[in-house]
Design a protein around this ligand. Sequence first.
Ligand code: UFG
Length: 330
Amino acid sequence: MDTVLVTGGVGYIGSQTCKLLHQSGFTPVAFDNLSTGNKENAKWGPLVRGDVHDRDQLKHAIKLWQPVCVIHFAASAYVGESTVDPRKYYNNNVAGILSLLDTCIEVKLRNIVFSSSCATYGIPTKLPIAEGSPQVPINPYGRTKLIGEMMLKDYASAYSLRYVALRYFNAAGADIDGELRERHDPETHLIPRALMAAAGRISELIVFGDDYDTPDGTCIRDYVHVTDLAQAHVSAVQHLIAGGKNMVANLGSGQGTSVQQIIDTIERLTQRRVPVRREARREGDPPALYSDFTVAQSELHFTPRFSDIETIIRTAAPTFGLEVANDILA
Ligand code: UFG
């Protein structure tokens, strides 16, 4: 059975990907420093406790497990935090991938799948956003992911590294079988916070800005279910080991949903009120982002199966003690 090294493999998207790798006949080896990952998520293969900055630990894990590919999730991923603590982002996201790529070259591990982001586009000039759109990130997080992509391109041409960079839109939802839960600490993302507010676990949801140039004034995002994202990573690994070309692909649902629409859907599905307080815009937030995912569709056979907002909310709700009755329909 082929082994795949998964940095950040017990994190939110990493653990889902390990599950699907396992189901597809791979042995996922999670490599994680447990700074945000949860070791209870190491259900699908071995867990190596290690840090991507530590080249000796990486080298040791690669020599031991002989992976055919590495998937690099380990990174920091909060837009807001990146504007106030950029050095954390340059350290984890730029120094982290530098250490990983240098180690891969040294030990001749050639295939890498990289977690990039739609945050690399900044404020798009055209919607939906296609891969050829200008990449002008407006926050440090997006800049660090863009640097990662540039490094991959340069390393690929100089050292025959092969890669797939996946630009996620907004990862959301939880494992459809309920085997893994969406859990972040601190939790800053919209859907979990809105569910926490509906469940009374926080007093209110703060809506950051309702004066955007969008139909209801709130920001529009493209929410993509974590299981759909995970499936795309398995396809990317298969693409690389079959000798497929280097590529970059958006991963989204292609649908734009506003903050207000998320709140309305949660209220309808859970039959609870989401208490809301409206505040000023959050720094670094583009007004609207949604994807053109035709490259992923044609090259990686990507089809979003669980990325409608209702399924995302239905799967995420139990984490916060909320149930969505089956007879509540679309
Ligand atoms: N929002 C609120 N209140 C909250 C949290 C979020 O109004 O309590 C709003 C934000 O302002 C934004 C939208 O909800 O308009 C979504 O915000 P999230 O924090 O859930 O997600 P982001 O779009 O900021 O960031 C996420 C990932 C990034 C990724 C980005 C791409 O965290 O890694 O999507 O859009 F790059």
